[in-house]
Design a protein around this ligand. Structure first.
Ligand code: SF4
Length: 242
């Protein structure tokens, strides 16, 4: 018995934190409890191994500053009982975190469809004293055929299309020795490649959502009505609107 539950075979219990309905969670409260699939209770060895990563001074300082910044995004922290009062938009959070880390050169890897947002971000970062280098996802103008895309798989069928080139974006920012990179609207998967090839740590300012004005959480908030179809098998739109 641990934390109020019986331990089960660890191998058969995959973590399911997203489905946890425990009120006083063991991962958040002293003397808390967890459900049978709780990784805090079932995966102590893996957790201990991961925590050892913070013994690296670079990782530890990065993590420490991220947590300091996290707390500073709330006001009235000294008032009890505490009531959550967030006060900083994410772009301000990024600026303040970069300052805490003494970063001077910031890389911006953006989607061609979000040029205006990338420009606005650059203006803010410049105004805050950072040296900014930015790279468009279409950089290089490499045809999609290079990665095996055929005409029917293009956005504009029958026309020339440059591929998104997140590996080039990462390489160019690596070459510039950016201290920290910021993603602005890269596609699903293209962002993954950028993360894999970027030498500097990367954060995300905007997650692209072509339909929801870059607010992907909107679909999650409305599965009770307008996006109920996402809870049914097969989520492609009907052929007539394709
Ligand atoms: S770690 Fe355990 S208590 Fe915390 S959310 Fe996951 S399942 Fe729930």
């Amino acid at each position: 018995m641990v934390g109020g539950i019986v331990m089960r075979d660890q191998m058969s219990l995959k973590p399911q934190c997203a489905l946890c309905s425990v009120m006083k969670k063991v991962c958040m409260a002293e003397n808390g409890v967890g459900p049978v699939f709780c990784p805090t209770l079932n995966c102590k060895e893996s957790i201990a191994l991961a925590i050892k990563e913070y013994e690296s001074s670079e990782i530890r300082e990065f993590a420490r500053m991220a947590s300091v910044q996290e707390a500073e995004c709330y006001a009235n922290r000294h008032i009890k009982p505490y009531v959550s009062h967030p006060v900083k938009p994410r772009v301000q959070e990024i600026v303040e975190f970069a300052r805490k880390m003494s970063y001077t050169k910031l890389g911006v890897a953006f989607c061609a469809g979000l040029q205006a947002e990338a420009q606005a971000l650059t203006e803010i970062l410049n105004a805050q004293g950072f040296d900014v280098v930015s790279v468009n996802c279409k950089v290089g103008g490499t045809p999609k055929e290079v990665i095996g895309i055929i005409e029917d798989e293009k956005i504009r069928i029958g026309e020339f299309e440059s591929m998104c080139s997140p590996i080039v974006q990462a390489n160019l920012l690596n070459r510039e020795n950016s201290d920290f990179n910021i993603l602005v609207g890269l596609c699903v998967g293209h962002d993954s490649l950028f993360f894999k090839y970027s030498k500097a740590f990367t954060t995300v300012l905007i997650s692209k959502d072509r339909v929801l004005a870059h607010n992907p959480a909107g679909a999650l908030y409305t599965t009770g009505n307008y996006y109920a179809r996402l809870l049914k098998p097969g989520i492609d739109p009907p052929a007539e609107i394709l």
